[in-house]
Design a protein around this ligand. Structure first.
Ligand code: KE4
Length: 436
């Protein structure tokens, strides 16, 4: 499979972009899709299958962002497509309880024994926003601790030194978030237990919860230092604050039970999204029964959603999580082997070309940082040469390899990626590193 060297024609994508900018701010429905961090000119996707995307001009790309995480089995995975088709024939939505919600919930609880009760919502943002509200109700406290570079969706109080698109744009928070709201969120450096201890000492009895990405994906991929997750659990337990594991990205990806399983965590609440919906809009939050039962209609914490537990989304989630449960012994080793080959292969080409690169990876998610130094927190990630990343991204895109369009995003490998995709990606990187 030879790597193309000519720049693909993208005239239809350009026309679609011009139309999009007449109807959407920035031409997108989510900022990171605008490719602002890598010079713009994002192709429009027409279809996808397995590990491959096809754009509006018929150009094909190996997909390394996978809809930002959900497509762990690859695009148009037949059991998922068939499940959605079957559900759609029975109507798209009822706004009433269905068996499918319980079916998916039982699968989630089998993967996450720490979840005694859960509730489905329609996005990761809703999941984390609702978990924060629960934590405040359960503790009677107002302050939330998050970590710089971690992104937990766009609820007001969580857009403080967030990652993902906020990190990409260097927006410390966001306009429109009142100071009085932002003041209730403490943003601390990740991987620094001393900073957490100091925060609790300065705000004794005020901190309701600590929320984190157990493995950070939204500053690029950053791994927890040895003992860090255990230390957070020990501090929060001693201080009477809840520990919220935001597994929207890592859930079902790092293991069937996500980072909670991989790192043997014992959080009070867990938030999920992405893979749990198999590409359809699903978020979920869950944990200890005594906390979850504070939710209406049982308790005083209100939370609701028109499309929560949507039957099509439940069908896609059941097919996806069900397949992962039934094939875990094959899928997760395959994801590990493929991701190792891709990330190590690209890193080896950088070394041959004399390009300084630090590779952070856990399982099938990872990031190549354009820096020679270790990346263990957001400040270190931010020292990366983002201009070089932008040139690399463009060269890889033109070679048919679509990486996430920001240094501050994680790349993902799916179960549909195989030897052909590995070879094509490493070859494209060999050429790209020589054009930087
Ligand atoms: P959504 O509201 O976008 O479904 O989920 C928010 C969220 C919460 N927690 C974590 C750990 C997340 O990674 C996310 C969303 N991730 C980004 C990608 N870095 C979504 C992509 C986008 O914003 O377009």
């Amino acid at each position: 499979m030879t790597t193309p060297t000519a720049v693909p024609v993208r005239t239809r994508s350009q026309a679609l972009q011009e139309r999009a900018e007449r109807v959407f701010p920035g031409g997108v429905n989510s900022p990171v899709r605008a490719f602002r961090a890598v010079g713009g000119g994002a192709p429009f996707v027409e279809s996808a299958e397995g590990a491959w995307l096809t754009d509006a001009d018929g150009n094909r790309y190996i997909d390394y962002f996978g809809s930002w995480g959900p497509m762990i089995l690859g695009h148009a995975f037949p059991p998922v497509v068939e499940a959605i088709e079957r559900a759609a024939r029975k109507s798209a939505s009822f706004g009433a309880s269905t068996a499918a919600e319980g079916d998916l919930a039982e699968r989630v609880m089998a993967c996450y024994p720490a979840i005694e009760r859960l509730r489905f919502v329609s996005s990761g943002t809703e999941a984390t926003m609702s978990a924060i509200r629960l934590a405040r109700a359960a503790t009677g406290r107002d302050v939330i601790v998050k970590f710089e570079g971690c992104y937990h969706g766009h609820a007001d109080g969580l857009l403080v030194k967030a990652g993902s698109g906020v990190a990409t744009f260097g927006i410390p928070g966001s306009a429109g978030v009142p100071e009085v709201v932002a003041k209730l969120t403490l943003a601390l450096p990740y991987n620094d237990l001393g900073a957490v201890k100091a925060a609790f000492a300065a705000h004794t009895g005020e901190i309701a919860a600590v929320i984190l990405e157990p493995v950070v994906g939204n500053a690029g991929c950053i791994l927890p230092a040895d003992g860090y997750l255990e230390g957070l659990r020990e501090i929060t337990r001693r201080e009477g604050a809840l520990l919220i594991a935001d597994e929207v990205m890592t859930g079902f990806r790092l293991a069937l039970g996500g980072a909670v399983e991989r790192y043997k965590m014992a959080p009070d609440l867990i938030t999920l999204g992405k893979i749990v919906g198999g590409g359809l809009p699903v978020g979920a939050f869950g944990g200890k029964r005594e906390i979850m039962d504070l939710l209406a209609p049982l308790g005083p914490v209100y939370q609701a959603g028109t499309l929560s537990g949507n039957p099509l989304a439940m069908a896609a989630g059941i097919a996806t999580v069900g397949y992962l449960q039934g094939h875990a012994g094959e899928v997760y080793p395959r994801l590990e082997a493929t991701a190792k080959a891709v990330f190590d292969g690209v890193a080896a080409e950088a070394a041959k070309a004399g390009v300084e690169l630090t590779t952070n990876r856990v399982g099938s998610m990872g990031t190549w940082f354009f820096t020679a130094d270790a990346v263990t927190d957001y400040d270190e990630a931010a020292k990366s040469d983002t201009a070089a990343f932008g040139r690399f991204h463009r060269a890889m895109l033109d070679a048919g390899v679509w990486l996430p369009p920001s240094q501050f995003e994680a790349a993902f490998v799916s179960a549909a990626h195989g030897d052909a995709e590995i070879a094509r990606t490493v070859d494209a990187a060999r050429i790209a590193f020589r054009s930087l």
